[in-house]
Design a protein around this ligand. Structure first.
Ligand code: BG6
Length: 460
């Protein structure tokens, strides 16, 4: 494999420290990276090499003792820093010189992976500068590639999403663009498709005749931490609704793809978004709840009179034969009682005298404690004929061969290096999902903003 250089815009930011750098370190330790690789951080602040190495060491959120000290040291030896300004063409010239030097050291032209780990408002300017500076043209003719990895949200509503998409299309080939939704790369999420399409037990029941409703939850215990200033301009629906929750919905509801390659899978996911029932003022008023946690306004970087939601719950419908009239509830919030992501599939209740607990419920636990649970009814021992619910459970942690689950960002970076776009969002997915979300956002003002206490279980 050719040497690979990661260029991280915003290396001093939260995402780089929490997810991106630890993921590259893990890939390195597990020998999943090309033997020759380099990481170049590009950011505004000034550091000398030593200061930067110290910063990276502190910045990476890795647990003490998780790695051998010499591995961490060697890893950090691969990291370089280029001080520059995202909007100054001159800075990109300096970056090009730096990359050339690294390539000279490799004695070959390296593959280049540009990762935009920055607030979304900066995306367009950086992409434009990358393209204009010629940095995204592979240096080795046919050998080597250049790819861009972009973080969500891709746009702010349907119009800005279209604009960004058009710009991307002008600057790069689709095969160079990797739009990250790291939820797609979560192991327990990919398992949904394997589970659905490999078990004849469930697929025949997977439709409106047998399923009453589906509830998809992404709950977080933490508040906005130190992301207040970025988050406040985005809010929960754009931050996780337009992407993570809708992607979970797509995996639960899509038709069986022709095969499991990138093209077929992305097409089927997009098809779900295409038939989501759009909202109007009345449906938004009836089907959407939004709220903010108490004290959010005092978080660092948050505007004082903000109306940004940190929680939402919405009811949505898929307008096709399989799912007509089945309600799907999507719910997410910060500063809730616990952190958990799970999907509950409620089958229709055929136990008329057990209305509350008579349903079969299949739960995909995405995190933590990845697994699957099925609630079913059994006869209570004794002389009568009463039934009561019990659970069948599978936990990844209980299976020796399932103990090591790759982190989503490891998978994202690994797949970007090998050029597999399956777990990245396509243009169609982005556009159709924004079309649906915009039908809510443009009627947001009809929904009062509730306030909930930190650590709430039932928000509203
Ligand atoms: C990110 C959101 O995409 O996903 C964050 O911007 C959220 O607000 C995070 O906290 C959740 O990801 P995970 O993998 O920690 O569940």
């Amino acid at each position: 494999m050719l040497p690979t250089t990661f260029i991280i815009f915003g290396i001093t930011g939260d995402l780089a420290g929490k997810k991106v750098l630890p993921a590259i370190l893990n890939l390195y330790v597990n020998k999943q990276l090309p033997s020759k690789f380099a990481i170049v951080g590009f950011s505004r602040r000034h550091f000398d090499r030593e200061e930067f190495r110290e910063l990276i060491r502190d910045h990476m959120e890795i647990k003490m003792g998780q790695y051998r000290e010499e591995d961490v040291k060697h890893f950090i030896d691969h990291i370089y820093y280029e001080q520059g300004f995202f909007d100054k063409p001159e800075s990109y010239k300096n970056l090009a010189l730096r990359l050339k030097k690294i390539d000279d050291g490799f004695n070959s032209c390296s593959n280049k992976l540009f990762h935009l780990s920055i607030p979304p408002t900066l995306n367009e300017g950086i992409l434009e500068n990358l393209s204009v500076s010629g940095l995204t043209i592979p240096c080795g003719g046919n050998g080597g590639w250049t790819r861009v990895l972009i973080e969500k949200p891709f746009g702010y509503d349907i119009e800005t999403a279209k604009k960004l998409d058009k710009k991307l299309g002008q600057l790069f080939n689709e095969s160079q663009i990797f739009r990250i939704d790291h939820y797609l790369a979560k192991e327990a999420l990919q398992n949904i498709l394997a589970f659905r399409f490999s078990n004849s037990l469930f697929e025949p029941l997977w439709n409106r005749n047998h399923i009453e409703k589906v509830h998809i939850k992404l709950f977080e215990k933490n508040g906005v931490d130190n992301r207040g200033s970025t988050y406040d301009h985005i809010g929960a629906l754009r931050d996780v609704g337009q992407n993570h929750l809708l992607q979970m919905l797509s995996l639960v509801t899509m038709e069986r793809p022709k095969n499991f390659n990138s093209n077929s899978l992305r097409k089927e996911r997009a098809r779900v978004f295409q038939v989501l029932k759009l909202n109007n003022k009345k449906t938004v008023m009836n089907n959407v709840v939004r709220a903010q946690y108490e004290g959010y306004k005092n978080e660092f970087g948050v505007r004082q009179h903000t109306h940004t939601e940190t929680y939402f719950r919405l009811q949505t419908y898929i307008d096709n034969l399989r799912w007509k009239n089945v309600p799907f509830y999507l719910e997410s919030g910060k500063a809730l009682a616990e952190s958990k992501t799970e999907i509950d599939i409620y089958f229709k209740n055929i136990n008329k005298d057990n209305e509350e607990n008579g349903q079969n419920v299949l739960t995909f636990r995405i995190q933590p404690d990845e697994g699957i649970k099925i609630r079913f009814l059994v006869k209570s021992p004794g002389f009568g004929m009463n039934v009561e619910p019990k659970n069948l459970k599978f936990k990844y942690a209980d299976s020796k061969s399932f103990l090591v689950i790759p982190d989503a960002y490891e998978r994202v970076l690994h797949d970007a290096i090998i050029g597999d776009q399956t777990l990245f969002a396509s243009t169609d997915e982005v556009i159709y999902s924004w079309k649906y979300i915009t039908s809510i956002i443009s009627n947001w003002s009809s929904v009062p903003l509730g306030i909930y206490k930190r650590g709430s279980v039932d928000v509203i």
